[in-house]
Design a protein around this ligand. Structure first.
Ligand code: AKG
Length: 387
């Protein structure tokens, strides 16, 4: 199928067709992997070994039914409220109702923008060249806006519902099972893929620091939780190359060249419903396509690292800034986990709260209230870490 030529650009309808064909071939393989089901813990409070084995073999696992319907509604409503208050364009100070846009006092811009259905980074040197091959960029519809919000940065100070999700005892138990009880946070962002607008995130591997370490292993760069507020489909979801997290740095340019398109062979979509959470190894080759489908996706990412891969590590961030993560930096950033656990306790008092070992006994220093909102949570993402 010839998709586009210089004189005939790719239409969204062509893109839908190409994605449907690619998705059909991969969906059955994705379901056959058997790496999905509820969070199941043993008597030791850790994930059952067969679930862990499946995660380490494939590089991802779909936890079903993590977030109940009421909590999903709260999350959707708060994310919608943040999106409704976005500036009308990247350089504007007012939202679409003419009000001052959201973000007063927030140091890192909460909104990241892209052109509808574009590929902002693929095949460029941006992000240290982490996305070496460009994705297909179908033409948006005639009534499409000039810009679409593709990402929210710093979920936990943008939304109390996201903060409460961060304290989820099941998810934190999964984090401890994979990384050890002293796991440390990385960042929290929301990927926004509006129907007919959402841009692609070109194929990449997230890790940047430990690829050549003598003790490199399949878990060296941690993982992301991806909680879905709407179903994640072959057309709007993130695709991965299963097992690639165990094989070191991938030659993505070659994979794309071999496929003869951006639809690399052997990849599968991470399919799931609203309220499910996917755990995804950051070393997996993964990416998502322009969302030419009619279905919205909003994914809440929460990333975690093994402590020994961060403590006293000096590294270069995607922005080029060089940083060292000492004990004090890690201690300050991990407080947010404890505050989130307390925020969740206040909203769901009947739930058995998670005990985060590094801060056990320090609960009273890390309560969730209007004071800690201002003194600890506001601009907490200035201390995000990145490896
Ligand atoms: O959600 C997406 O579309 C992309 C996610 C991703 O690339 C990431 O979390 O690293």
């Amino acid at each position: 199928m010839t998709l586009a030529t210089a004189s005939a650009p790719l239409t969204a309808a062509d893109h839908v067709r190409a994605m449907a064909e690619y998705g059909r071939r991969a969906e059955a393989r994705a379901y056959a992997m058997g790496n999905r089901g509820p969070i199941r813990l043993g008597a030791d409070g850790k994930l059952l070994p067969e679930i862990l084995d499946s995660y380490w073999k494939n590089g991802f696992y779909v936890f079903e039914g993590v977030v109940g319907a009421e909590e999903v509604q709260e999350l959707r409503a708060e994310i919608d409220a943040v999106l409704a208050r976005a500036p009308v364009a990247p350089d504007s100070t007012v939202d679409r109702f003419g009000r001052t846009a959201f973000g007063a006092g927030i140091l890192k811009p909460p909104y990241r923008w892209a052109r509808p259905l574009s590929d902002p980074v693929g095949g460029t040197d941006l992000n240290n060249g982490r996305h070496p091959a460009a994705m297909l960029q179908p033409e948006p519809g005639k009534d499409a806006p000039s810009w679409t919000v593709e990402l929210l940065d710093g979920n936990l100070h943008l939304s109390d519902a996201c903060l409460r999700l961060y304290g989820h005892p099941g998810l934190l138990s999964v984090a401890a099972s994979i990384l050890g009880d002293d796991f440390v946070p990385y960042n929290e962002v929301a990927f926004v893929k509006e129907p007919g607008l959402g841009p692609s995130v070109a194929w990449h591997q997230d890790g940047t620091t430990h690829w050549n370490a003598p003790d490199w292993d399949e878990g060296a760069h941690g993982f992301n939780f991806m909680t879905q507020l709407y179903p994640s489909t072959a057309a709007n979801g993130v695709w991965v190359l299963p097992g690639s997290h165990r094989r070191g740095k991938a030659d993505i340019k070659r994979l794309v060249a071999e496929a003869g398109s951006d639809r690399i062979e052997g990849a599968v979509p991470m399919l799931c419903g609203a309220g499910d959470t996917i755990v995804t190894n950051r070393q997996l080759v993964h990416g998502s396509f322009a969302n030419s489908s009619p279905d919205r996706r909003i994914t809440l990412n929460e990333g975690f690292f093994p402590r020994r891969r961060v403590l006293n590590v000096t590294t270069r961030r995607l922005t080029g800034k060089v940083e060292t993560y000492d004990e004090a930096r890690i201690a300050e950033r991990t407080r947010i986990i404890q505050i989130a656990i307390d925020a969740r306790r206040q909203r769901f008092p009947q739930e058995r709260g998670y005990v985060y070992r590094p801060l056990a006994g320090r609960e009273n220093d890390n309560r969730w209230n209007e004071t800690t909102r201002k003194t600890v949570l506001m601009n907490y993402n200035q201390r995000d870490m990145f490896i």
